[in-house]
Each structure stands twice: as structure tokens, then as C-alpha cells.
Design a protein. Structure first.
Length: 369
């Protein structure tokens, strides 16, 4: 491998795939087996939910928050859920970032379901949604470098300089997309592809900003493209936050020492652990739903199960969101929510001039990460 100089653009970033002996090892295969088993169990148990949007909407928000925290963009849980209720211009900066990330994820979800392929257009759309900009690949005059975070003697020192030049970046992205899309030419297990492609995207670093968040959305979309999940419910950002130092250290080890094994195992462990965590959350949400449904059936038998499902789609809800074929008017919706307040199920909150309602047990369950 050519000697790497962190102060020069890494235009010689190797194309994919890496050497097979660096990728397929006994340790990688052991971790791969565990990750695939946990992910398959997650896919199966997600189908048992009466409405998968219960999980998608709520855990998507948790991922958006966690992904932003990796980039040192913070927001409170309360701001997180309120971001679904108020106008964009009324949100604080952290909550706006969460909202943009969530919108970008759903834009990518729609695109990958329609096209089934990764390409430059898809990635640019995700980036533009996250950053709320109209540009694309960073121009050569943008001399992007990655610096060490934190203080101390090495704080602010350059640790990596990504490739520079639009043609260079395009060429490396096209190779990346070909590696992901073409399973016949590149028959790696999808989870190994996920680990390798995540490194490669971060190493290419194609945009001025938002590369980390864009890259983490691409990992979710890869799971959908390869049909390992049906809906976007596996989010690795919370794991990365807990293991942030390892994340950056192992990324760098691939760059400077071609050490793919430990990086791939790190990502596979993240997939396994996050799958197990998400399974437990599904089981907790399911138990809470059953208990709440039984209580309402006993105390408020006029409220139908479809209405209860709606208060589980996300912790906060507006009365008008309950209006449907079963709840005919806004007044009826407010009446039902008021009755659920009396039962201790919902808590009213005033946001601006509007009263919205919080499913307090669901909120607490999702806030416990």
C-alpha cells in the first residue's frame, strides 16, 4: 500500500473492493454470523407490530437525534418530539437539524424503493436535504481537512485530508456505487458491503459538510436495498456515540494501515447490538400497547383500537390527527384525548397557542436509551 500523508489530499484512495484476505477472516465471519442472526430476528419481530409506523416514526427520531450528536449538534427529547408539531421557523437549531435529517432519511427511503440502486443523484438529494443547500460535490477550492477533535496538544491537528477534485471524487463514488449495486461482480455479504462502503464514503468525503450524517443514512438504505429490512428501523448512531473514539480510531486504521478486519468487526458488532436493542424496544412498545389497549377497552370501550394505534405513532399528537372514519370530528377527538388524560394515559402540553397531547409512557420508554 502506498505511503499515506495525512496533510495531502488522498487522491490515491484505493478503489473497491479491498483485498479479499483483508476482509474475509475467521474473526469477521464469526461476527458476521451473529450480526446476520440478530438482524433476521429483528426483521421478523418487526412484522408482529400491529402498525410498523409505531416503530419507524419514533425510532427514526431517536436516530436523527443521535446522528446529530455525533456531529456535536444537540437537542433535548422534548424539542425532538415537538419538532413534529410546530413550524420549522419556530424550532431551535438542534431540533431543525433533527427535522432535516428525518426528512432526508424519508427522501432516501422513497428513492431507494423506486430505483433499487445507489447513484450520485440519490446521495446528493440526501445531502441537500440534511444541509438545506443546493450544491453538490465540493469544488477543489474547498480545501477540506479532518482535524482531531477536542483540546490538548493534538487538538485541531490534521488527521486526514480527503480526495480533492470533482472528477476524482466522482470516479471514486461511481466505483463505490458499483460495488454496492453489483452483487454478481462483488459478491460480498451485504453486511460486509455495508461496513466497507461506509468507510469508503467517509473517506471520499464528497461534500462540504454533512458527510457523516449522509453516510449513516446510506447504511440504512443499503439494508433496505438488500432486503435485510423492510422498513428503516435499525439505527447505528447511538452505538457509535457510545464507542465514538473507537469509531474514529478504526476508520483511521483502515486509511493508514489497511486494517479492514477490526473496522468490519466493529460495524458488525454495532449491527448485532443495535438489532438486539431494537428487538427489546419493540417488545416493550408491544407490551405497553397491549396494556393500554386493555385499559381503554375496559374504561373507554367507545374508543377503537385504530385510535389507540395513532397515539403510538409518535409520542406527541394533535387532536386533528385522530380524526378519521372512526373519529368523525375534531370535537370528538378532543373529547377522547381528554378522557385519556383522566386515565393518566395522555398529558396535555401547550405549544404556542395549540394544545397537543403526550403519550407519557411511550415518551419515557423511548427517552430511555
Amino acid at each position: 500500500m502506498e505511503k499515506y500523508d495525512r496533510n495531502k489530499p488522498f487522491n490515491n484512495l484505493p478503489l473497491l473492493p479491498p483485498n479479499e484476505d483483508k476482509v474475509i477472516t475467521i474473526n469477521v465471519l464469526k461476527a458476521l454470523n451473529k450480526a446476520n442472526k440478530a438482524l433476521a430476528e429483528l426483521k421478523g419481530i418487526a412484522k408482529t407490530l400491529p402498525n410498523q409506523s409505531i416503530l419507524v416514526n419514533t425510532i427514526t427520531l431517536r436516530e436523527a437525534k443521535a446522528s446529530n450528536e455525533i456531529e456535536n449538534i444537540f437537542t433535548t427529547d422534548d424539542e425532538l418530539y415537538k419538532s413534529l408539531m410546530v413550524k420549522e421557523n419556530e424550532l431551535k437549531d438542534g431540533a431543525k437539524e433533527v427535522l432535516f435529517y428525518r426528512q432526508a432519511l424519508w427522501r432516501g427511503y422513497d428513492e431507494i424503493n423506486n430505483k433499487k440502486q445507489f447513484d450520485l443523484d440519490l446521495v446528493i438529494k440526501i445531502y441537500q436535504n440534511i444541509q438545506q443547500v443546493n450544491d453538490g460535490i465540493r469544488p477543489p477550492q474547498t480545501k477540506t481537512v479532518i482535524k482531531k477533535r477536542g483540546g490538548g496538544l493534538l487538538g485541531g491537528s490534521v488527521v486526514y485530508t480527503p480526495p480533492r477534485g470533482v472528477d476524482v471524487i466522482r470516479h471514486k463514488l461511481e466505483n463505490l456505487f458499483d460495488y454496492i449495486n453489483n452483487d454478481e461482480a462483488f459478491p460480498h455479504d451485504p453486511l460486509i458491503k455495508l461496513a466497507i462502503s461506509h468507510y469508503q464514503f467517509e473517506a471520499i468525503h464528497p461534500f462540504r459538510d454533512g458527510n457523516g450524517r449522509t453516510g449513516r443514512i446510506l447504511t440504512i438504505l443499503l439494508l433496505l436495498q438488500k432486503q435485510l429490512l423492510e422498513v428503516p428501523i435499525l439505527y447505528l448512531s447511538a452505538y457509535i456515540i457510545r464507542q465514538k473514539e473507537d469509531y474514529y480510531y478504526l476508520l483511521n486504521k483502515v486509511t493508514v494501515a489497511d486494517n479492514w478486519e477490526k473496522w468490519i468487526i466493529y460495524i458488525l458488532n454495532a449491527i448485532e447490538e443495535t438489532s438486539v436493542y431494537t428487538i427489546l424496544k419493540i417488545e416493550e412498545i408491544d407490551r405497553l400497547f397491549v396494556n393500554m389497549n386493555n385499559l381503554i377497552k375496559k374504561e373507554l370501550p367507545h374508543i377503537r383500537k385504530e385510535t389507540i394505534e395513532k397515539i403510538f405513532e409518535q409520542p406527541y399528537i394533535r387532536p386533528k390527527k385522530l380524526v378519521d372514519n372512526n373519529v368523525k370530528s375534531l370535537n370528538t377527538a378532543k373529547k377522547y384525548l381528554g378522557q385519556m388524560v383522566e386515565l393518566g394515559i395522555m398529558v396535555p402540553k401547550k405549544i404556542g397557542k395549540e394544545i397537543i397531547y403526550l403519550n407519557i409512557d411511550l415518551y419515557n420508554l423511548l427517552s430511555d436509551t
